[in-house]
Design a protein around this ligand. Structure first.
Ligand SMILES: Nc1ncnc2c1ncn2[C@@H]1O[C@H](COP(=O)(O)OP(=O)(O)O)[C@@H](O)[C@H]1O
Ligand SMILES: [Mg+2]
Length: 266
């Protein structure tokens, strides 16, 4: 693998459901430790695209490469955090977090699960079941579970959309702290959100998908870290950046939050 091989490379990716094209000709390259945010209206194919990167969705055209090799099936090198937690209701919080390790045939010898539970402020809930936790706590368990395996690539599908605003801010901060932690493996992350400000807060780079699954904007976030929702808004680059993304989201032919006529392929 050369120094310049991207960690993740999407080449002309298209995905169809039946004859309906929901992801159109997406090409993207991510280097190791990039944090890319994908923003787009509801139904534009964000989840579908993320599932494809996770090896869960066949492509109609193009290919997706991890370190130069095609991703054709799920791999433990890539972990995904779903919008609705995806916890096993019959396992305790701790067992849910250890699950990822056990799938890889690993035992939690270094107490990774408990350490992450402490970081997430959940240590005292280790023996509880998911139904005993609030939505925000369940999502923290979901994040801890994905992080426990120290994946090379972390895919997050609207990870904070189901939690309240205060919990969201806390989790966003926690995610960045873990992502930046020099003790951990350098994780490359793709985070899907429909929240423009979340994308600017978290991303090194932001990609906007149009309402029919096409790439309409790809830009770097020129605002240094650490970023907070407060200091972000006062940064000189913020208004123009936000406006650019907003324009792309609402640009010509883009009809957010409505059912569109999807193109079909023959
Ligand atoms: N399993 C499926 N079968 C058929 N159509 C699907 C399936 N999953 C998603 N879709 C459709 O594909 C489009 C993109 O969906 P999705 O990727 O979930 O969008 P987003 O995550 O951006 O809201 C939507 O119109 C959705 O209805
Ligand atoms: Mg989705």
């Amino acid at each position: 693998m050369s120094l310049h091989t991207p960690k993740i490379l999407l080449e002309h990716v298209a995905i169809t459901f039946g004859k309906r094209l929901v992801v159109q000709d997406i090409s993207l390259a991510l280097q190791e430790h990039d944090l890319l945010c994908i923003v787009g209206p509801s139904g534009c194919g964000k989840t579908t695209l993320l599932r494809a990167v996770a090896g869960l969705m066949p492509l109609s055209r193009g290919r997706i490469l991890l370190d130069g090799a095609a991703i054709t099936r799920p791999t433990s090198r890539i972990a995904m955090i779903f919008q609705h937690f995806g916890l096993f209701p019959w396992k305790t919080v701790r067992a849910n977090i250890e699950y990822g390790l056990s799938v890889q045939g690993r035992r939690d010898e270094n107490g990774i699960a408990m350490r992450l539970l402490e970081v997430m402020g959940l240590a005292e809930f280790a023996q509880c079941y998911p139904y005993e936790l609030s939505g925000g706590m369940q999502q923290r368990v979901g994040i801890a579970r994905a992080l426990a395996v120290q994946p090379e690539v972390l895919l997050l599908d609207e990870p904070f959309s189901a939690v309240d605003a205060i919990t969201r801010e806390m989790l966003q901060g926690e995610l960045i702290r873990l992502w930046e932690d020099p003790q951990r493996r350098q994780t490359t992350a793709i985070l899907v959100t429909h929240d423009l400000d979340e994308a600017i807060l978290l991303g090194d780079r932001i990609v906007v998908l149009g309402s029919t699954g096409q790439l309409c904007l790809d830009l770097n976030v020129p605002i240094p870290r650490p970023r907070t929702p407060q200091n972000l808004r006062f940064h000189a680059a913020y208004p123009q950046l936000r406006n650019q993304i907003w324009e792309a989201l609402h640009g010509s032919g883009n009809v957010p939050y409505q059912i569109k006529n999807y193109p079909t392929i023959s």
